[in-house]
Design a protein around this ligand. Structure first.
Ligand code: SIN
Length: 303
């Protein structure tokens, strides 16, 4: 069996596979299916300083080879997360990444300061949610604001800080470089691509929010391209995500430059997807005689 362990920002992961934020809740439904210790890590559903009920339904729509969501950061608030969900997660023998967001720079910094007081292993600042009016993608699509929010959060925490980037920009490398300069320890990408579906019978958008974020296998090549570009533009680790649904996809993402890989929409079609992906990675590495997954990171050889 190949060695699947990776290290991201000084944190050891037993393997590089991490359920992506928003696709795994706080782990409770899944721990009935398999030990969460099999996972490299878990990125928790994004929390905000105050509880949010999210956007009005319908907020999920199917697309060819993917889905749209406009959930709107529904969550129970950071105090509930810290007091009720995090203690359970911290007993699971896997790396816990607390994803969080805010409607203002101050809210993001305050949430980070609260998380800094906990035992959580890493923080993932979401500046890329396309489904909220304040914060979210408004932070992640402008280099100056992305840098300001990253710097404010950096001041509030000593924990390893990942910043989750939006693909809905002209140059994701410029945003990545801005957050790196402002103190991010790693970047994760891609969040969802802004999309829209219309019910042609009533001429209404299917999502009540009109638009939403697209994820799933259809976005995979876009994610690989952006991970490759960012990995070549920054000196901090890149965590890749976007449409990964097999071990081969995860290997491809790592060859593009990802040090670890998040799995999102695939979990909605198969809750066991992260476990199958870990097994498939092992099989592929063994079949090629590669002893450590770390050997493949960033090894694509462009023509
Ligand atoms: C949501 O809750 O709207 C999804 C989170 C995100 O896209 O960042």
């Amino acid at each position: 069996m190949a060695d699947l362990s990776v290290n991201v920002c000084g944190v050891d992961f037993k393997n590089p596979i991490i359920p992506a934020s928003g696709t795994f809740g706080y782990g409770r439904e899944y721990e009935e299916m398999y030990p969460l210790s099999k996972l490299g890590g878990i990125s928790t559903k994004g929390t905000t300083l105050h509880k949010r009920t999210g956007n009005i339904a319908p907020r999920i729509a199917e697309t060819h080879s993917g889905m749209l969501n406009s959930v709107g950061l529904q969550n129970p608030g950071i105090d509930y997360f810290i007091n009720t969900e995090l203690p359970n997660l911290m007993t699971k023998g896997t790396v816990i990444i607390s994803n969080f967001a805010g409607a203002s720079i101050e809210e993001c910094a305050e949430a980070a300061a609260k998380l800094d007081e906990t035992d959580v292993h890493m923080l993932e600042l979401n500046i890329s949610c396309p489904n909220v009016k304040q914060g979210g993608a408004a932070f992640g699509t402008d280099c100056n604001i992305a840098a300001q929010v990253t710097a404010a959060v950096r001041k509030a925490t000593k924990k390893p800080l990942i910043v989750k980037l939006s693909p809905n920009v002209t140059s994701i490398t410029d945003i990545a470089k801005s957050v790196e300069a402002a103190g991010a320890d790693a970047v994760s990408l891609i969040n969802t691509l802004l999309g829209m579906r219309i019910n042609i019978n009533n001429r209404r958008p299917i999502l009540h929010n009109n638009v939403g974020g697209m994820s799933g296998p259809a976005v995979f090549p876009i994610a690989v391209r952006m991970v490759w570009q960012v990995a070549n533009a920054v000196n901090i680790p890149v965590i890749g995500m976007g449409g990964v649904s097999s071990g081969r996809d995860a290997i491809e993402m790592m060859m593009a430059g990802a040090s670890a890989v998040q799995v999102g929409a695939a979990i909605f079609t198969d809750p066991y997807a992260p476990i199958k992906i870990i097994d498939e990675m092992n099989e592929w590495l063994d079949s090629k005689g590669i002893s450590s997954v770390r050997e493949i990171i960033g090894t694509v050889q462009p023509w």
